[in-house]
Design a binder for this molecule. Structure first.
Ligand SMILES: Nc1nc2c(ncn2[C@@H]2O[C@H](COP(=O)(O)OP(=O)(O)O)[C@@H](O)[C@H]2O)c(=O)[nH]1
Ligand SMILES: [Mg+2]
Length: 417
């Protein structure tokens, strides 16, 4: 007996080849898949047939020994044509299943391919956007004269829109870049939070303290015309005498140039039943302080002057000097003023030795960077915020959280919250 091997893309085709070559009585020894069918390559099946006669067409009878040698006997050898028929039936079933499987695979592969292409496209696009952002950012960096990484873009925008002076932004960002841990730089919300905390830390605040029992506190409010000195003073008088504390409070006004101004404060004093003194010169001032010596707190209102009105500021200085008393001077500034004006005002009034800053008109602006910059530059602590026209309600003790939240979200957001 001789063995012959035939290969073809399907078992049926392989058998047909065998049939053609070896004739009907050849016996099938084995059929097996040599290679799986793929999208790019046909499958390969191998059929081994045995011929009893010597040649394919001249095969001889095989001896029992030969049969044993090749490890099979007649019972397991099937007639080739029968096998071919069975196989071709099987094959058509298999084909159907295989076709369905191939269609499924192709569909999945197309889906997968589309998905991969889409993913690639998106990755390419976002790379391009990043590149563009970086290019724009680098261009801006050149004009800014400071190297700011693109992940700081949002925070830089917020700081700039809020009106923080650009030199201050530059200095703070450089400081941030030098100290911020690298792992925190990965997302913009962490950067934002870090920056927010840093700004808060840069704002000095003077905590409101109780007045010692045996002591007396004298506060003078100075500042430009119309910033809200008189209104704030009335609010403080109510806070210290009726609302937050029960101190004996007295009021002095140095703003006697305008009858209306005296009248305005006198009305408040009357309503709150507080002693009230109006003063023209330094002698009067000393007398007024002596008259109010029994008070725990004396609040002094001053004439509004333009920051350029040096004479008025010098006159205020002489009141302070000649009183021979420690007087706490609060510079009242409006949050709605420009940074350059605020700085100008501070420089002129600093002749008086400013102790603290009171910021008014929080409700009239949405940009608080100017106020931040004033404090950053002068390092004068904040003491109160005026948040509206209502006496006595619209006043807050200053706190850096409040100011920085207003800087990031606006005052309106705080009121709505
Ligand atoms: N919207 C708003 N107006 C205020 C605030 N504080 C004062 N004002 C108003 O600003 C104007 C001038 O206030 P006034 O106290 O007379 O300023 P002064 O000249 O510095 O004494 C008044 O109409 C006040 O009602 C504030 O916090 N918000
Ligand atoms: Mg006034």
């Amino acid at each position: 007996m001789k063995l012959y091997t035939f290969t073809a893309p399907t078992p049926a085709q392989a058998l047909k080849k065998a049939q053609r070559a070896c004739g009907e009585e050849a016996l099938v020894v084995s059929t097996k898949q040599v290679r799986k069918k793929t999208l790019v390559q046909e499958g390969l099946y191998e059929v081994v047939v045995a011929l009893k006669s010597a040649k394919k067409n001249e095969q001889k009878t095989q001896t029992k020994k030969e049969k044993k040698d090749i490890g099979f006997d007649d019972e397991i050898l099937l007639n080739i044509s029968k096998t071919a028929r069975q196989l071709s039936n099987l094959q058509s079933d298999q084909n159907r299943n295989q076709n369905a499987d191939i269609v499924k695979t192709i569909k999945n592969e197309i889906k997968e391919d589309e998905y991969k292409l889409l993913k690639n496209d998106i990755a390419l696009l976002s790379d391009k956007i990043k590149l563009l952002q970086t290019m724009l950012w680098d261009e801006k960096n050149n004009s800014r004269g400071v190297e700011i990484p693109p992940e700081f873009a949002e925070i830089y925008d917020i700081a700039q829109k809020s009106g923080i002076n650009s030199e201050h932004i530059k200095a703070i960002l450089e400081e941030t870049l030098a100290h911020m841990p690298l792992h925190m730089r990965q997302n913009s919300s962490t950067i934002k939070r870090y920056f927010q905390v840093l700004l808060k830390k840069l704002i000095p605040v003077r905590i409101e303290k109780e007045i010692p029992k045996s002591g007396q506190k004298i506060m003078m409010l100075v500042g430009s015309t119309g910033v809200g000195k008189t209104t704030t003073l009335a609010k403080l008088a109510a806070r210290y005498s009726l609302l937050q504390y029960r101190y004996k409070v007295g009021i002095i006004t140095l703003d006697t140039y305008r009858i209306g101004a005296v009248e305005q404060l006198f009305q408040y004093a009357q309503m709150m039943k507080l002693p009230f003194e109006d003063v023209i010169d330094t002698e009067d001032f000393k007398k007024a302080l002596a008259n109010l010596s029994y008070c725990d707190l004396i609040l002094i209102d001053t004439v509004g002057s333009s920051q350029h009105d040096r004479k008025k500021i010098e006159k205020l200085a002489s009141f302070l000097e000649q009183s021979n008393r420690p007087i706490d001077v609060s510079l009242v500034v409006s949050a709605s003023a420009k940074y350059s004006d605020l700085k100008d005002t501070y420089e002129n009034f600093s002749y008086l030795d400013i102790d603290t800053l009171i910021v008014t008109k929080f409700d009239e602006t949405s940009n608080f960077g100017n106020i931040f910059s004033l404090i950053y530059e002068t390092q004068k602590p904040l003491s109160y915020f005026s948040t509206g026209q209502e006496v006595p309600d619209d006043i807050e003790t200053a706190n850096s959280d409040f100011l920085i939240e207003c800087l990031f979200e606006g005052f309106a957001h705080k009121v709505d919250a």
